[in-house]
Design a protein around this ligand. Structure first.
Ligand SMILES: Nc1ncnc2c1ncn2[C@@H]1O[C@H](COP(=O)(O)OP(=O)(O)OP(=O)(O)O)[C@@H](O)[C@H]1O
Ligand SMILES: [Mg+2]
Length: 271
C-alpha cells in the first residue's frame, strides 16, 4: 500500500525521562504525520531537547517509547538513525574544515557509496546556495551559513524525518528567513517530515502545520496554530497568546533570558 501523507511517522507513547529524582519528560504521547512541519514549543527547561534526544536514540527513556516509521527507538535504534537527521541545539560543524569537507565527513559517517558522495555533496551545496563557499573554512562562515551547513549535514543521507533543535536561535531576520526557505523547500520537494523547536512564535506560526506545547515535561496542548488560537478564547489570538495561555509564562522575559543565556556561539568567535 502506498504511504499517504496522513500516515503517522512519529508515534510517541508515554515517553518519560528522569534525571535522578527529577522528571524532565513526564509520560508524553503524541503523533506526527508524514510530511508535517511540526513545532515543539515550550519554555526553557520544559523538556524539548530531552524529548528530541530520546526520539533520535541518543538518550534512553526511563519509561515509555516511540516509533519512527516502523522502527522502535528502543529495539531498532540503528534503523531509526538511518532514517532521521538531527540538527542539535549546539554548533555541530567543524570550523577548521571547509564546507565541502564537513559534508564529506557526514557522507562517510552515513555510509554513502564512495562514488555517490561527491555528487550528493554538490547537490546539497547547490540546494543551500552555498556552492561558491564549498572550499571556505567554516570558521569564516556567518551564523546563518553555519546553520544551513548543519542542515545540509543532517540531510546528506536523505532522511525521512529531520529533527531540528532551535534551528534559528541567534540568527538575524534575513538568515532566519533563508533557513526557513530551505526547510520548507526540503519539505515540499522531498516530503521530509520536519520536527523543530523554537522560542520564536512567528516562525512557528508561519511554518508549522501543527504545534505542540510542552510545559514542565507534560504536553499541555496539540493542534494547528488556528485551533490553539481559538482555544485561548481571545480575539485575533496569535501563537504568542497560545504560548502564554498554555504555559502561564511571559514570553518576553523568556526570550530575553534565553538570548542572554544561550545565544549560539558562532564559530568565528571560537575559531
Ligand atoms: N543531563 C542532565 N542531567 C540533569 N538534568 C538535566 C540534564 N539534561 C537536562 N536536564 C534538565 O531537564 C530539564 C529539561 O531540559 P531540556 O534541555 O530538555 O529543556 P528544553 O526544553 O530543551 O530547554 P531550552 O529551551 O532551554 O533548550 C531541565 O530542567 C534541565 O535542567
Ligand atoms: Mg533545548
Amino acid at each position: 500500500m502506498m504511504a499517504s501523507r496522513m500516515d503517522p511517522i512519529i508515534q510517541v507513547d508515554g515517553l518519560t525521562k528522569n534525571y535522578g529524582k527529577f522528571t524532565a519528560v513526564n509520560g508524553i504521547s503524541f503523533s506526527v504525520n508524514k510530511g508535517e512541519i511540526f513545532a515543539f514549543l515550550g519554555p526553557n527547561g520544559a523538556g524539548k531537547s530531552t524529548t528530541i534526544k530520546m526520539l533520535i536514540t541518543l538518550l534512553r527513556p526511563t519509561k515509555g517509547g516511540a516509533k519512527i516509521g516502523s522502527f522502535d527507538i528502543l529495539t531498532d535504534s540503528s534503523e531509526v538513525r538511518r532514517i532521521i537527521g538531527y540538527v542539535p541545539q549546539m554548533v555541530s560543524v567543524d570550523g577548521s574544515l571547509s564546507a565541502y569537507d564537513n559534508l564529506m565527513l557526514m557522507a562517510r559517517l552515513y555510509d554513502l557509496k564512495a562514488k555517490e558522495r561527491k555528487g550528493r555533496i554538490n547537490e546539497i551545496l547547490e540546494f543551500l546556495n552555498l556552492e561558491d563557499k564549498a572550499s571556505v573554512l567554516v570558521k569564516n562562515f556567518s551564523g546563518g551559513m553555519v546553520r544551513k551547513l548543519e542542515i545540509g549535514q543532517a540531510f546528506v543521507h536523505n532522511p525521512l524525518v529531520l529533527f531540528l533543535d532551535e534551528p534559528t536561535a541567534g540568527l538575524d531576520p534575513v538568515a532566519k528567513k533563508s533557513v526557513w526557505g530551505h526547510l520548507v523547500d526540503l519539505n515540499k520537494k522531498f516530503g521530509t517530515t520536519i520536527f523543530f523547536t523554537t522560542h520564536n512564535m512567528d516562525e512557528a506560526e508561519d511554518a508549522a502545520t501543527r504545534v505542540t506545547i510542552i510545559n514542565q515535561g507534560k504536553i499541555s496542548a496539540i493542534g494547528t496554530p488556528a485551533e490553539l488560537e481559538k482555544r485561548t478564547g481571545k480575539k485575533n489570538a496569535t501563537l504568542e497568546d497560545v504560548f502564554i495561555f498554555f504555559t502561564g509564562d511571559k514570553l518576553e522575559e523568556q526570550g530575553n533570558f534565553k538570548d542572554i543565556k544561550e545565544t549560539r556561539r558562532t564559530l568565528g568567535k571560537r575559531g
